[in-house]
Write a protein that binds this ligand. Sequence first.
Ligand SMILES: CN[C@](CCCC[B-](O)(O)O)(CCN1CCCCC1)C(=O)O
Ligand SMILES: [Mn+2]
Ligand SMILES: [Mn+2]
Ligand SMILES: [Mn+2]
Length: 278
Amino acid sequence: MYEEIIKLSLSGCAVKDYGNLKFEDLPDDEPFGSTKRPRAVGLANKQVADAVQRVKNDGHTCVMLGGDHSLAIGSIHGHAACRPELKVVWVDAHADINTPLTSPTGNIHGQPMSYLIHELCAKIPHMPSFSWIKPCIAAKDIVYIGLRDVDPEEHYILKHLGIKTFSMTEVDSLGIAKVMEQTCDYISSKIKNPIHLSYDIDALDPSVAPATGTPVIGGLTYREGIYITEYLCQTGLLSAIDLVEVNPKQAKREEEVHWTANAAVDLVLGCFGRVREG
Ligand SMILES: CN[C@](CCCC[B-](O)(O)O)(CCN1CCCCC1)C(=O)O
Ligand SMILES: [Mn+2]
Ligand SMILES: [Mn+2]
Ligand SMILES: [Mn+2]
C-alpha cells in the first residue's frame, strides 16, 4: 500500500504517513456470545479512533487503509469527534449493520455501523473494550452504494430506520452518474457537510477485486467504482476515506493480488483528484 503514498505524492498531494498501527495479539480473547474477538477489535478501534482524530485535528483528509471493515468503527468515531456533522457514504456489497445479536456469523466486520448509529444504541449489548464507543451518526446521515448481499435482519434495520440505499439494482436502473447525483443531493441538500467515504473493496466485482474476504458476484465495474471517487472528490467535501478488505491471503494467484491492490490504489487516487482524462 506504500504505492498509494508514493503515487499520491507524485500527483502533487502533500502526503503525511502517520504510520501503521500495531494491534497486539490477545490470545485468550473469548467470544462475547457469538461475537468473535471482541477485545482485540474493541482495543484496535480505540487506537484507530485516536489516530483519525489526530489526523483530522492536524487539518488533513484522512485515509485509513485496512484491514477489515470493523476498523470503520474507530475511523468514523474518530472523524465524528472532530466533525460531528459528517455524512457517511458506505460503498460495499454488504450493509455491515448487523448488531451483535443479529449477526449470523459473529464477525464484527459485518457489524460496524450498528455500534455507531444513535437509533440502534438500545440494541447493542455492553461488550468488553467497546464501552468507549458512543453512537455518533444518525440514520439520515448515511447512504449505501453497491449493496447485493444483505442479511434479512440487516434489511429490516435498513427499512425500519429509513436508511438511503442504492443497491446494485439501482446502480443498474439509474446508472452510476444518477446514483452519485442523488447521493450528493441527499447528503448535502441543505448545507455542505463533510463526507466520510467508507469503501469496501468488495463493492467492486470479484473479476476486478478478487483478493478479498467476502466476494459477491454482480459488483461495480472498475469504471463505476472509480466514478464514485471522482464524483465525491469534485464535491470538495471528502474529509476521510476508509479503503478496506483488501486481503492478499484470499487471492488464488499472484495476479489477483495485483488486480485488487491496483484497484484500491486507483480508488484512493480518484479521491484525491486523479482524473482519467489525464
Ligand atoms: C452479509 N453479512 C455477512 C458478511 C459481512 C461482510 C462484511 B464486509 O466488511 O466484508 O462487508 C455474511 C453473512 N452471511 C455469510 C454466509 C451465510 C449467510 C450469512 C456477515 O458476516 O454479517
Ligand atoms: Mn470483511
Ligand atoms: Mn464491508
Ligand atoms: Mn463487504
